[in-house]
Every structure is written in C-alpha cells, then in structure tokens.
Design a protein around this ligand. Structure first.
Ligand code: COA
Length: 203
C-alpha cells in the first residue's frame, strides 16, 4: 500500500466539528483523513476479531479510497443529523483503538438512535469500551437530546452483552434475521436504555 499516494485534491475534504469526548483512559473524536493509515493497521490486525460481528467487509475494506468514501458518508450523515461517527483513542499513546457509531438517528416523536462499537482485541478486557459507552450515552442524552438509545448483538456475543448490561442497557427483545452480518441475515438480541433510566443510574 502506497500511503504517500493518498491524495484527495479532487475530492472535498470532510471537515467534522471539532468535538472531543474525554474520559480517564480514552478519548473520542470524529474521524479525519489523516487517520486512514492507523485505521487500516488496526482494522487489518483485527479482521478475525471484528468481522464475525460486522457487515461483510468489501475487498477494498482497508484501502485509503474506501476510508475516504467511508468518512465522506459519515460526514454527510453527521451534517444531516442521521448519525455520528467517532474513533476511540488511547489517552496516553494516542493510538487508535476502536470505533463508536451512533446510527439511525430518528427524530420526531421517536428521538432515538442505535449504537455500533468495536475495540482492538489487544485492548479488550480492560473496561475501555465501558468508558467509551459512558461518554457516548452522556453525549446522546445531553448533547443530541435523544430520549432512548438502542443496541443489538448476536445471541452468542457474550462480551457485547456484558458491556451493554454494565452501561445500563436492558434486554428488550429478540429480532429474527435482524441485520446482515458477515454476509448472512442474523437473529439479534435487542437492548435499550431510555433517558429516564440513564438519569437515575447516574444521579
Ligand atoms: C464487544 C467489545 C467492544 C467488548 O469489549 P470489552 O473490552 O470486553 O468491553 P468492556 O469495556 O466492557 O470490558 C469489560 C472487561 O474488562 C474488565 N476490566 C478490567 N479493568 C476494568 C476496569 N477498570 N473497569 C471496568 N472493567 C474492567 C472487566 O472485568 C471485563 O472483563 P471480562 O469480560 O473478562 O469480565 C469487544 O469484545 C469487541 O470489540 N468485539 C468485537 C466487535 C463487537 O462484537 N462489537 C459489538 C457488536 S454488538
């Protein structure tokens, strides 16, 4: 991969708002073009860790071109209040260690969104995703003024279930053939957290 050839002169550079959400050991901010190389490195190292829980990766998943298309779409969705994309970094090393997406923002009478997240396998089991989720929920309820946050996971994704429970989510249901994961329509366990419960848990 010739990273020096990463040229975006003919394309509009996505310019997200300068938002940074910080906790003790991690911080989160929107993606930048300059993250392309670290993105490919960390995602490339984590294919077998993430791919079983993710929509099927295209053949060019780790290329600079795909990264640019990805963040251009995320920028469009941010601008139109449809989603918010964050990358997660280690506070001490500034290494890119994960991602957090606030997807499917629904306004009107609904005021909800659904989360998707992953962390570098080397950083797993340290409670870092719990820190990221705590920041994300605060941002969802206080900044985005959402009233409810959803998440879902494959029935055998025990780590994700534990993490969601620890963040205050409750299991709310089961949806057959809910999302296409790694090429197959898969059943999912549905989780939810209304603002009232989050306020009570954090007061
Ligand atoms: C789901 C995923 C993000 C969970 O990551 P994680 O690191 O286990 O998440 P947490 O932040 O909740 O960490 C909890 C673990 O850290 C441990 N831990 C260590 N120090 C801790 C601390 N200071 N605070 C809290 N927990 C701590 C906990 O005991 C727990 O360990 P255990 O699972 O062995 O009991 C991760 O497994 C992942 O990226 N999976 C692949 C993608 C994926 O499944 N995404 C979700 C799709 S729905």
């Amino acid at each position: 991969m010739v990273w020096q050839a990463l040229k975006f002169s003919s394309l509009k550079k996505p310019s997200f708002p300068a938002i940074e959400l910080s906790a003790e050991r991690i911080y989160m901010r929107p993606p930048m073009i300059e993250d392309a190389k670290s993105w490919a490195e960390v995602r490339g190292r984590n294919i077998s860790h993430i791919q079983p829980f993710d929509p099927k990766w295209p053949d060019d998943a780790l290329t600079p071109d795909l990264f640019l298309r990805r963040i251009s779409r995320q920028f469009y969705e941010w601008q139109h209040d449809r989603a918010r994309a964050f990358l997660i970094f280690d506070t001490h090393t500034h290494a890119l260690i994960g991602g957090m997406n606030i997807n499917n923002i629904c306004r009107g009478a609904a005021q909800y969104a659904s989360l998707g997240f992953w962390i570098d396998e080397d950083c797993q089991g340290q409670g870092l995703m719990r820190e990221a989720l705590a920041l994300t929920l605060k941002y969802c309820f206080e900044d985005l003024k959402l009233h409810r946050v959803h998440a879902s996971c494959l029935p055998h994704n025990e780590r994700s279930k534990k993490t969601l429970h620890a963040a205050g989510f409750k299991k709310e249901g089961f949806a057959e053939k809910y999302l296409q994961i790694n090429g197959l329509w898969e059943d999912h366990v549905l989780f939810g957290l209304p603002k009232e419960n989050w306020v009570q848990q954090n007061s």
